[in-house]
Design a protein around this ligand. Structure first.
Ligand code: NAP
Length: 518
């Protein structure tokens, strides 16, 4: 039997009392570890985090907390090889895809260490300028941001066990708020190991970082009014979180990052083979295959002028055909596995659901697996679907509202710019849209038209071909989250992320008193 991973709660390592749920290697099919959270005293553990962890963190200044994050970065960097080995074994990812999660997480943490240092030796933040409440500026209102007195519970998705932890923990810890993370069961090992390494290195105060692996039962029940919960995962689970009494009755602040049917749009005027056309083709193929399409930000719908449908289909398919799929341990493999058999089944079902309303332009089923047994490995080749013609784009509802969480995207022809915008809006709010073109004015106009529907608009023109950070890559400097079905959440965006972990209060006082807050 594989190792039962321990939980870290209440300042100590504690094993669940049950047999545990097994985690598997999605390529070889072997059991790699087990997790179990039964028998944990969640209320006592949460109280320890709030009282010991919260008090210790709040006693530090932003600059001291930033130094703490920088120390955690050093710990994680020293153990990168271990993390890559875990990612290969438990997520089935090739090295480049493991890097998106592992190095992306460490980079985000180090970015907040730098940003936090700039906040200096303070323990709270001022929000705006004092506003006069009387005729003379003697009695005024000053808004302040102070760390919330609760803990931050993170309930995370399976696709980013490292980045998903650190992109949330960095702003929380920098704000002075203790963290309890509950990773998705299928890939909990990497999160658990990273927490273990940072805890064992002693770079954080006791109670600042805890991890609960296994069932989510009871986690929401243990939340109290000043706690916050940040959830990443499916819309169905998000609905359960939102309707929980912790949120509806105790006003626990909640941030939701849910699923999304993200778009890429080639503006009118680009000819086949033009730079903008090639940039779109390259990015779509990359987004479909990176992490086997298991990114909440991945391109799912590709909008092109109807005259370019056939040439775009051909060019994207030609790139996809070169993708070698299989065992990530084989150097020739470019795309590894989905994380589990459950995900493989979900992708197959989702694909069949879309294929009922779309043609198959490139069939992933035709990819032979490299070094992997198709009866065991959770691998699937990339599939490009197509909506045939603009009438098909209108008639198909499924391509606009179904997120297949794998290497699948649909090419959608549009009649004119207004039609493209109308079709993109049928996604009902997404995390990100990318635009491709060479007319800066047209790109800027389209970016503003798409901004109300997205958390981020990624604009690619030939002048940034070698510089841009990628449609799906979430950079800590930019907002992550999206309106509508994307969950309505906001994460990252530089120091904006700290707002979620602070309470805003107005202090009404004499100017002399307010001067002491400055
Ligand atoms: P999920 O099934 O909703 O699970 C997400 C997390 O919620 C897991 O940790 C899960 O634990 C936990 N959970 C399940 N039931 C719960 C309950 N009743 N109460 C509290 N927690 C519960 O989602 P997933 O399949 O792991 O993730 C895939 C989805 O996440 C995709 O749709 C993707 O688009 C979305 N996603 C969004 C973002 C974003 O930033 N917007 C990022 C990544 C992924 P167990 O694993 O133990 O069941």
């Amino acid at each position: 039997m594989s190792e039962l991973l321990k939980n870290f709660l209440g300042g100590r390592w504690v094993a669940g009392t049950g047999a545990g749920t097994a985690l598997f290697d999605p390529v070889l099919g072997q059991e790699v570890a087990r997790v179990d959270a039964s028998g944990l005293d969640l209320r006592a553990g949460f109280a320890f985090a709030r009282e010991a962890g919260g008090a210790a963190l709040r006693a530090m200044t932003y600059r001291e907390r930033a130094a703490m994050l920088a120390a955690a970065v050093k710990v994680l960097q020293a153990k990168r090889d271990d993390y890559y080995a875990i990612a290969t074994a438990n997520s089935g990812t090739v090295k480049n895809d493991s890097a998106v999660d592992i190095d992306g997480g460490i980079y985000t943490l180090s970015t907040y260490a730098k940003l936090g240092d700039g906040l200096g030796d303070r323990r709270f933040l001022l929000d705006g300028e004092p506003a006069r409440l009387a005729k003379e500026p003697l009695f005024q209102s000053q808004h302040v941001l102070v760390p919330t007195r609760g803990l931050a519970l993170f309930i995370n998705a399976f696709n980013f066990p490292s980045w998903g932890l650190w992109e949330k923990a960095a702003p929380a810890l920098l704000s002075g708020v203790p963290v309890v993370v509950k990773p998705a069961t299928a890939t909990a090992w990497l999160t658990q190991r990273m927490v273990q390494d940072v805890v064992d290195a002693g770079v954080l105060p006791a109670g600042a970082l805890s991890v609960v692996c296994g069932s989510s039962a009871g986690l929401m029940d243990a939340l109290e009014p000043f706690d916050v919960v940040s959830f990443t995962g499916s819309a169905d689970t998000a609905a359960l979180i939102r309707s929980h009494a912790a949120v509806t009755q105790r006003s626990v602040r909640v941030n939701i990052e849910a699923d999304s049917v993200n778009s890429a749009l080639l503006l009118e005027g680009a000819a086949p083979g033009s730079e903008a056309f090639e940039l779109l083709v390259k990015e779509v193929a990359r987004e479909m295959t990176q992490k086997s399409g298991q990114k909440c930000t991945a391109i799912r719908r590709v909008f092109v002028p109807e005259a370019l449908y056939a040439s775009a289909a051909e060019a994207i398919s030609a790139r996809l055909a070169k993708t070698t799929v299989g065992n990530p341990r084989n150097e020739s493999v470019r795309m590894g596995a989905l994380v589990s058999r459950a995900q493989l089944n979900a992708v197959r079902e989702g694909l069949a659901h879309l294929q009922a309303q779309a043609e198959t332009l490139h069939d992933g089923a035709r990819h032979a697996l490299v070094d992997a047994d198709p009866a065991v490995a959770c691998c699937v080749g990339p599939t490009l679907l197509g909506a045939r013609n603009p009438a098909g784009s209108d008639a198909s509802d499924r391509i606009h509202d179904t997120e297949v969480f794998g290497p699948v995207a649909t090419l959608v022809p549009y009649r004119d710019h207004a039609h493209a915008l109308q079709l993109i809006a049928r996604g009902q709010g997404s995390l990100v849209a990318s635009l491709y073109g060479s007319d800066a004015q047209a790109l800027a106009d389209a970016a503003l038209e798409l901004a109300p529907l997205h958390g981020r608009v990624h604009v690619i023109s030939p002048d940034v071909a070698a510089l841009h950070t990628g449609h799906g890559n979430v950079m800590p400097q930019s907002l992550h989250g999206g309106p509508g079905r994307a969950g309505g959440g906001e994460e990252l965006g530089g120091l904006r992320a700290l707002n979620f972990y602070h309470r805003r209060a107005a202090v009404q006082a004499s100017t002399a008193t307010l001067n002491h807050l400055a």
